[in-house]
Design a protein around this ligand. Structure first.
Ligand code: MN
Length: 719
């Protein structure tokens, strides 16, 4: 295992001004945190974060990244907390470790290979700092190097994921070296036989061609030198995976694959690149169609190089890449190259040279590259890719992509319409949260459901996805219809009973043509909405029925004391405003439990509840069909308030209003609205809308108000 001083030495080699104390503290902290934890190989776990850090020192990364690498598994795997790390190592390292912890939790998600593309986006979105991704790649690389200790199933999954997500990511970030190694390790685990076969052949060819490589290196160096070009020529063998891919792509056998050698020609300037190319092309015949100039037209990830293939000595096809040292650095290290500790860290021109890489980032990333040193460059490079989207997942690891601003309600509908319709609450990352929370990348959302629930209509304007909006509209419409059919059913049952006739769906069905309705449900809804009167339905089912119904006029209802208890029970139960029926209370004054009440059916609106003494009822005297028997029905435990209006006359003096509202508050009354009108110099008229429990409660408040000196009279308004 790497010693403490070795780690520091590695960093010091490229960054002499490294914060040694910081690295030492991170080392000790992680070592203590991981304690005796073991890896699958049986080695101490702590060796792993150290190796990850070592890989990153090869990329010459800054102190914060190295420290974060050493700490990267502490929050998820040990007792260490993010708060503690932030406190000990500062917010920057804290944020890096946080990003790594989040990504680690996402590993669960990637089990579903089909979600590769989404997962890659998620990864980029969660890691809002390039350095998080660099540590993650190094972490993956070390895990791949030690994959042999895992059970075969796990090995296959991790290898697939590496090929699917991490290797391409390394490639996109321009770290070709790492991409190739990841690919090879994955290939080795996924198809050991093919890997072995190719490697064996490669060894054989290399044995034969060893001289050839040296010959070309020597030859070319000499020829370039003769033209005044100082060049470094290195030959290397291609990797098994890239050969295998080529074999697959071109359906050729290994024997037919000739260009398994690649040479890299590193020169000083761009001018020399083209001059070197001239030398190559005049020395050996070039293979047509293989010349590519990525210097004049760089790749998206800022890769610049000239590619060509020639027929070299021994008729061997040889691939050549010609580029400058700077270009080579970017080709090898990609994004990481921008963090290199070079002589002259504050050299602005270096950043200017690298502006192509910036541009690539800037196109996809909201880049804040104001800093003038490489460290700051990375720090400010927030990977805000896909910032119009958030990626969340279900407890089972299904990934749900949503537009930014989406709420758990949107999430629920994205999972399934039923889940949305029955959502009553949610847990975000294991914590109960409001359904209107804005979701963040990587959130795990668990929807709490309750069957038989209807989404509140108000949600429609609070969600951001079209699917949720449409579903809510559909569900509320269906719920409203259900309410009306329920009410219609209640009304009809009583109408038939009063008429002394049998009410059944069968009977009703036979009368549908006469009622000009398509279904029983339609009839019930029409009755509930007041668009069809119950008497008409009775007559349609029993054409011989003569309407002998008497109106429940105010006068008749006033004699309700004479009714038997059964009769009293027959009214449609009224539970208050949140009932499952379309009920409203008298617009002027309301009604409270304890009041004797009647219902008036209003077409298109449902039932309005009036206290029996309400003067407004006189208006309906000539429409007996609109009168509905109702009764209070509520349980003490689901207490709710009901609307009532009172009128007061108060003496005009400072503080009188305060005294009045105080009395109401002291007696547990809610004031919904107050309007005032000064009547004379000495008196003011007040109209107060209250919400009270019942008649007793209302009367108690009225009595207390009457006892106040500033109140000259109080009356209840009954509409
Ligand atoms: Mn790890």
């Amino acid at each position: 295992m790497m010693r403490q001083y070795e780690l520091v030495e590695r960093v010091k080699r490229y960054n002499p001004s490294t914060d040694e104390a910081l690295l030492n503290r991170a080392y000790v902290y992680a070592m203590m945190a991981h304690g005796n934890q073991k890896r699958a190989s049986g080695d101490l776990f702590f060796g792993h974060p150290l190796e990850v850090a070592a890989i990153l020192t090869d990329l010459k990364l800054d102190d914060a990244t190295i420290a974060a690498a050493v700490l990267h598994d502490t929050v998820e795997d040990t007792q260490a907390t993010l708060e503690e790390i932030t406190k000990s190592f500062g917010p920057q390292i804290g944020a890096l470790v946080d990003g790594l912890t989040k990504i680690k939790r996402l590993d669960l998600v990637s089990k579903r290979a089909a979600q590769g593309e989404n997962f890659r986006k998620l990864l980029l979105a969660v890691a809002d700092d390039v350095r998080v991704l660099l540590v993650k790649l190094a972490d993956r690389l070390h895990n791949m190097r030690t994959l042999g200790f895992m059970p075969p199933e796990k090995r296959k999954r991790i290898a697939e994921e590496t090929l699917d997500i991490y290797a391409p990511l390394a490639g996109r970030m321009g770290i070709q070296e790492m991409r190739e190694e990841l690919e090879d390790l994955a290939f080795q685990n996924l198809d050991p036989e093919a890997y072995e076969a190719i490697s064996r052949h490669l060894r054989e060819v290399t044995a034969k061609a060893e001289k050839l490589v040296e010959e070309i290196e020597h030859d070319l160096t000499a020829k370039l030198k003769a033209q005044g070009i100082e060049a470094e020529v290195t030959g290397r063998q291609k990797r098994p995976y890239s050969i295998w891919r080529k074999m697959e792509r071109k359906s050729v056998s290994f024997e037919q694959l000739s260009d398994i050698f690649g040479f890299r020609v590193i020169v000083g300037t761009i001018d020399e690149c083209y001059r070197a190319l001239g030398v190559v092309h005049t020395t050996w015949p070039m293979v047509p169609g293989r010349y590519k100039d990525y210097i004049s037209t760089p790749k998206q990830n800022d890769y610049r190089s000239i590619h060509t293939t020639v027929i070299g000595p021994g008729r061997q096809r040889v691939e050549l890449q010609i580029r400058t040292r700077d270009m080579d650095e970017i080709a090898e290290y990609g994004i990481a190259a921008h963090a290199l500790y070079k002589e002259g860290v504050n050299d602005n021109s270096r950043l200017a040279k690298e502006s192509r890489a910036y541009q690539w980032l800037r196109r996809t990333i909201d880049l804040l590259a104001e800093g003038d040193n490489p460290e700051e460059f990375l720090e400010h490079t927030k990977l805000e890719l896909f910032h119009d989207q958030v990626f969340c997942f279900t407890p089972k690891g299904r990934l749900i992509a949503l537009p930014r601003g989406a709420t758990p309600i949107d999430f629920a509908y994205a999972v399934h319409t039923d889940v949305g319709n029955t959502a009553v609450g949610c847990k975000i990352n294991g914590r109960m949260s409001p359904l209107l929370t804005e979701l963040q990348n990587g959130d795990e959302v668990e929807i709490v459901r309750s069957e038989g629930q209807t989404p509140p209509a108000a949600w429609e304007s609070l969600v951001v996805t079209g699917k949720a909006r449409a579903s809510i509209r559909r569900a509320t419409r269906a719920a409203v219809r259900r309410q009306y059919t329920g009410l219609g059913h209640q009304i009809l049952e009583r109408a038939f009973e009063r008429a002394g006739r049998l009410f059944s769906d069968e009977k009703l069905k036979g009368s549908l043509p006469r009622l000009a309705r398509a279904s029983i449900e339609d009839v019930l809804a029409a009755v509930g909405r007041g668009e069809m009167f119950s008497g008409d339905v009775v007559r349609a089912v029993y054409p011989d029925y003569k309407d002998e119904r008497r109106a429940i006029s105010a006068e008749a209802a006033g004699q309700a004391d004479g009714k038997s208890p059964e009769q009293m029970q027959r009214g449609i139960p009224i539970r208050g405003l949140n009932s499952d029926m379309p009920i409203r209370f008298a617009p002027e004054g309301g009604a409270v439990p304890g009041d004797r009440i009647v219902g008036i059916l209003t077409p298109g609106e449902g039932v309005t509840i009036y206290p029996i003494q309400s003067a407004s009822l006189a208006a309906f005297d000539n429409e007996p069909d609109r009168w509905i028997d109702v009764r209070w029905d509520f349980e003490v435990h689901d207490r709710q308030r009901f609307p009532a209006r009172i009128k007061l006359q108060s003496i005009n003096e400072p503080g009188s209003l305060a005294q009045i509202t105080q009395v109401i508050a002291d007696h547990d009354g809610n004031i919904d609205n107050v309007s005032m009108k000064r009547r004379t110099q000495d008196f003011t008229d007040l109209t107060i809308d209250l919400a009270v429990w019942d008649l007793k409660h209302l009367n108690a408040i009225i009595a207390e108000l009457r006892a106040k000196r500033v109140v000259s009279r109080v009356d209840r308004v009954n509409g």
